[in-house]
Design a protein around this ligand. Sequence first.
Ligand code: FES
Length: 272
Amino acid sequence: PPATDDRPPGGGVHTPTRAAIRAPHLRTDRWWLAPAATAAGLLAFVVYSTWRAFANADYYAAPYVSPFYSPCLAENCEPMRSGPNWELFGTWWGISPAIIILIFPLGFRLTCYYYRKAYYRGFWASPPACAVAEPHKKYTGETRFPLILQNVHRYFFYAALLVAGILSYDTVLAFRDEHYAWGHMGLGTLVFLANIALIWAYTLSCHSCRHIVGGKLRHFSRHPVRYRMWQWVGRLNARHMQLAWASLVSVALADFYVYLVASGAFDDPRFF
Ligand code: FES
């Protein structure tokens, strides 16, 4: 660096080994638009899901159960007595059962590689965008507590497989009517079908899934089945961001649909 370097002190792009550019960044496009839109979208979901998770009501309208409350694990799931639930927690559990359920899908999304990028940029400006320096003085990445815990993502992936399995079961049950006879199809059934397709696509497009399926192999030629599966997962993985958003919206819509029907604001149109 030049001897007359008068850049402000600090780490990252201000270290003496980096080019002596005083401008905070050289981008002239609207680089702030993507992180601002991301933050707004995530915030809207956080507000909606917090309201619904704590509501502890209007989550079951036969034959539909809200994905936020499935499987219902507490005895206080009274309206669901004849629905798909396992009463593992006694009546002492006064808090909304969704709080227990949501730990798993939320943990999966919070530690997801894409969402990490999204909220690091949207909420922490770390960094705000490509080629825009972050305002923080120090950068330790994900090498220290608490961010080092992001490494548990693979385990949340296993839990997410279970969650997707349970939501698939709910979707199959959405083909029954309110008397539990098979052959029903309502608008809710279609909403559930669209949601479960997106949930599976997002879950299987996970980077951890891609590594589990095709990682640690020396020769693809000796593992043709895993190679083929790795190619499929890779194709989905290329759309991971889009699937993350589409499934986030679809799961909120599926819950909202159940809320509308359960609260009596809307009647589920029947096709069969
Ligand atoms: Fe996004 Fe695993 S990397 S879900």
